[in-house]
Unconditional design. Structure first.
Lengths: 492, 414
């Protein structure tokens, strides 16, 4: 059996690499297709990837762009040589698969092609077919980057798994009233799905699989037993499940109406209730769901009312987007007032977002804030000094900003709250999330700003106020390449 | 027939070239290739180097560039890199895709050199074109093309074979320079941890000091072209090899070793070690495995064995270097030598040896956890520790630091 078990990483460890991971997420380059593919394979506990490429691809691929705090554990490669790149390497791949099986004894081998093997057009399907006769495990090959969508490579592996592992007409023993909860494997599910599972079960809906959560090959075979997939966003491989096994999906967020805050940001009391009732509708459990949701919501709302007593009317400045992030919860659920909205657009532009799209987002943010009684000042790419002046003049109580920025406000004696940490660790669909946020915000308001952060004595770029100037230079080169050439490197 | 697959160490030619190049303090590297090559090299660089001095960019090639060529993006990257960093040298590391599609990198360079007043060069770094040491050696050798012939200055040396991203690199270099300065020897250029201008003046040194054999090709070229003789020295881990290092350098310069200084160093070390002698007695004979790069790992193992007294049951070389064959003949300080780029087989070999401590890189972290034994991070790449204090692993100061680390790792283990 493979020892490719996912280690559990502490939040502190992941957090320590947070700023560094930005550099490969469209700031100075883009995560690659093989990184996406390996994230998917690595999330299957009894699977091993086989990188079909030269040693350079194998060695470099130890690095995990999606989890900079860890290396990919097993990355065997077929070590393609120059001659094989001329004459083809299908025989070598077949042998490589057999050796991989003999070494690791996995339940599943996923062949991950590389740029060189893509370019020579090796017939991966034929090599895999041959090799499967010689090994006691499943073998699947990824198509590299045929399936679009980010992260590139990730969806290819998942589509390949469904296409190659689960044949049409496969006999499936359906589990009535059951759903799969679909997650992205780099995000921790430990504390995010507990309440959802509880509520669904109380409604009478069974959770067939959480995909991914200690997922094994057997879990993949069992996925079609559910009658519905629940996902945050539509994903290409879920279309496959719908087409081939009649398992539709329900996306809690949708990009169909990107200007609708409910569609983009499905959190908070009302949205959570709407989502649970919608799921229940899809499974014919409306009656029972109404009672469960009402009870749960009422209990949470009573506590929220109590916990938000000290928050109502407090002024918050929000950095980095309002209704996409937790801003909406602040004004709607907490009753706080948005005093300043601060935008740093450089990173978004590096992601390929156009000026018009940015303006539209800002307009929507303003509109949403206004709807909840706030008239915030909007600052676009301000210097640190301009930000601080606006925050002080507006008598803001708390700044909501990504963790890498917190020291800047603390250094000025301003209280701040880490929005990224909340997003990664706590933001979820459910009634407990707003209550938890209220408690966190109260603590943040009580806690004095750190007096003298060492970070405040360092050099930063004038506009990208949490980055050393040399990183901004890297960013500028990347922008020059993608803007000057064809407008984006987002897909490979 | 041997195995064809292996679980590769970070050991590519691209990585070797990048490591050599990023030590040229005013150079910029451009990874000309697709995202994998660029993103992963950049991450290795960022995680092993100072966060405020990253000079590695990419040309952002995409699949569609395969049909139209990468010259446009490469030109944009060169122009922008020049504008942002004002470098003295731009080096293009040509990865697999542009190599296989026959991108005209030389043509792009020729065109850009007419527009940009800095040197531009390229290195073939496709994934199948070699290992880390080959990339490293090639960059160092190429740097000789820019060197300016000069008369030699007495008692001045260049250091060749240093990697600025090695564990505790800055402190190690500081200690080497300190030890040489105490002997009246000045360091001119460090290949690579110097500016391009300093490297160009390398021929004025009287002797090239080749650390652990890395960069030997460069030293040979400099001897041929500029008449600078070279001396290959051990990586100065421990007392004996620090003395040997100094003796060989001073010997090559026709100087005598200043014994008074050596005696003072010895007294300082003795005073410190005396404070922990009971622990040193306690760990004497402890079985250990040592993993690392060819240029350093033998010398580290010799120190751990001959001086700290560990039993080196396995010495594993993850990447070769030009003098490997010569060094490995002296085998009195280790039980078994394992030369492999295959991390799977290396882990298997360590498991079989029943060791109680591993000296290696972050790549050995998983095994050390599995075996529940300490890992002392002494080899590239270290992605999970930072080193900003003045704590060299080499030289006289390194003896104390490494001894302290070894003892603490044992007595704080569960």
């Amino acid at each position: 059996m493979s020892n490719n078990q996912k280690p559990k990483f502490s939040k502190a460890l992941v957090g320590a690499y947070g700023t560094i991971s930005m550099i490969v997420h469209a700031m100075a380059c883009q995560p690659a297709k093989n990184a996406g593919a390996l994230v998917a394979v690595n999330a299957i506990s009894d699977a091993v990837p086989l990188i079909h490429g030269p040693l350079g691809c194998g060695g470099l691929r130890k690095m995990n762009s999606f989890g900079v705090h860890s290396l990919f554990p097993d990355t065997p490669c077929t070590n393609l040589m120059e001659l094989e790149l001329v004459y083809g390497a299908e025989k070598k791949l077949r042998r490589g698969i057999v050796e991989t099986y003999e070494r690791y004894r996995p339940a599943l081998i996923v062949v991950v092609p590389t740029c060189p093997s893509d370019m020579i057009g090796d017939d991966l399907a034929a090599a895999v077919r041959q090799a499967k006769k010689e090994v006691g495990c499943e073998v699947v090959y990824s198509t590299g980057e045929l399936i679009k969508g980010r992260p590139i490579g990730y969806h290819d592996v998942l589509c390949s798994l469904f296409d190659q592992l689960l044949p049409d007409g496969m006999e499936i023993q359906k589990m009535e009233n059951s759903v799969n909860l679909i997650t992205f494997p780099i995000h921790s599910v430990n504390n995010k799905l507990g309440e959802m599972v509880d509520i669904l079960e109380e409604i009478g809906i069974k959770v067939n699989k959480i995909f991914f959560d200690n997922t094994s090959l057997k879990d993949i075979y069992d996925l079609p037993r559910a009658v519905l997939n629940i996902t945050d966003l539509p994903l290409p491989w879920l279309d496959r499940m719908k087409e081939r096994f009649g398992v539709p999906f329900y996306a809690t967020s949708s990009l169909d109406h990107p200007t609708d805050p409910k569609e983009i940001n499905p959190h908070g009391m009302e949205n959570s209730a709407r989502i649970f009732l919608k799921i229940a509708d899809l499974l014919g459990k409306r009656d029972r769901a109404e009672a469960v949701v009402k009870k749960r919501k009422q209990y949470a709302e009573e506590r929220l009312m109590e916990e938000t007593k000290g928050l109502k009317g407090k002024k918050v400045a929000v950095v980095g987007g309002f209704f996409f992030g937790m801003g909406l919860l602040l004004v709607r659920e907490m009753g706080m007032e948005a005093s300043v909205l601060i935008y740093k657009t450089y990173g978004l532009e590096s992601h390929g977002m156009g000026r018009n799209a940015l303006k539209q987002i800002m307009d929507m943010d303003r509109e949403v804030a206004k709807h909840y009684g706030s008239e915030p000042l909007v600052l676009i790419n301000p210097t640190h000094g301009e930000e601080i002046r606006a925050i002080r003049e507006s008598e803001t109580d708390l700044v909501i900003a990504p963790g890498a920025d917190i020291f800047r406000y603390h250094g000025e004696g301003i209280r701040a709250f880490d929005s990224m940490k909340f997003y990664m660790d706590s933001l979820r669909i459910g009634f407990e999330c707003p209550v938890e946020l209220a408690l966190m915000l109260k603590k943040a308001l009580e806690r004095p700003a750190k007096k003298n952060p060492l970070l405040s004595m360092l050099d930063y770029d004038r506009y990208e106020s949490n980055l050393h100037p040399s990183w901004v230079k890297l960013e500028n080169v990347w922008r020059a390449v993608i803007e000057g050439a064809d407008g984006g490197c987002l897909y490979g | 027939m041997g195995e064809i697959i292996y679980d590769s160490y970070p050991n590519s030619k691209l990585l070797g070239a990048m490591r050599a190049l990023t030590g040229v303090r005013d150079a910029v590297g451009i990874v000309h290739g697709r995202s994998c090559c660029h993103a992963d090299s950049l991450l290795f660089h960022v995680l092993t180097s100072p966060n405020d001095d990253i000079r590695l960019v990419g040309s952002g090639m995409r699949a569609q560039d395969i049909s139209v060529g990468g010259h446009r993006k490469l030109s944009l990257a060169i122009r922008s890199a020049y504008k942002e960093f004002n470098p003295a040298l731009i080096a293009i590391l040509v990865a697999s895709v542009p190599t296989l599609m026959g991108d005209d990198v030389d043509g792009t360079i020729a065109a850009m050199e007419r527009q940009i007043p800095c040197k531009i060069c390229s290195f073939p770094c496709a994934g199948y074109q070699g290992h880390m040491n080959e990339g490293y050696e090639e960059v160092l050798s190429r740097l000789t093309q820019y060197m300016i012939p000069s008369s030699h200055i007495s008692d001045m040396v260049n250091i060749i074979g240093f990697k600025s991203d090695e564990p505790h690199g800055a402190a190690n270099l500081g200690e080497v320079k300190r030890m040489l300065a105490d002997q009246g020897v000045k360091v001119n250029a460090v290949l690579t941890s110097s500016s391009f201008e300093e490297i160009k003046t390398a021929p004025r040194a009287s002797v090239n000091v080749v650390l652990g054999g890395d960069g030997l090709g460069c030293a040979r070229l400099m001897e041929e072209q500029f008449g600078v003789p070279y001396v290959t020295v051990p990586y100065p881990f421990g007392w004996g090899q620090s003395i040997e290092f100094l003796e060989r350098v001073t010997g090559a310069l026709g100087k005598k070793l200043n014994q008074e200084i050596i005696s003072q160093e010895k007294d300082r070390i003795k005073e410190k070690l005396q404070k922990v002698y009971t622990y040193l007695q306690g760990i004497y004979g402890l079985p250990a495995a040592v993993v690392g790069e060819g240029g350093r790992v033998f010398h580290l193992a010799r120190f751990l064995s001959d001086e700290i007294g560990l039993k080196i049951k396995l010495l594993s070389v993850a990447s070769k270097n030009p003098v490997l064959e010569e060094i490995k003949r002296e085998d009195s300080y280790f039980e078994e030598l394992f030369i492999t780029p295959d991390h799977f087989r290396m882990e298997e070999a360590i498991r079989a040896k029943d060791v109680e401590m591993i000296f290696g890189s972050t790549a050995e972290k998983r095994l050390s956890k599995e075996l529940n034994i300490p890992l002392i991070r002494t080899a590239y790449p270290i992605l999970d520790e930072v080193a900003i204090s003045d704590m060299p692993h080499v030289g006289f100061k390194g003896i104390i630091n490494l001894t302290e680390q070894v003892i603490n790792a044992v007595i704080s283990s569960s």
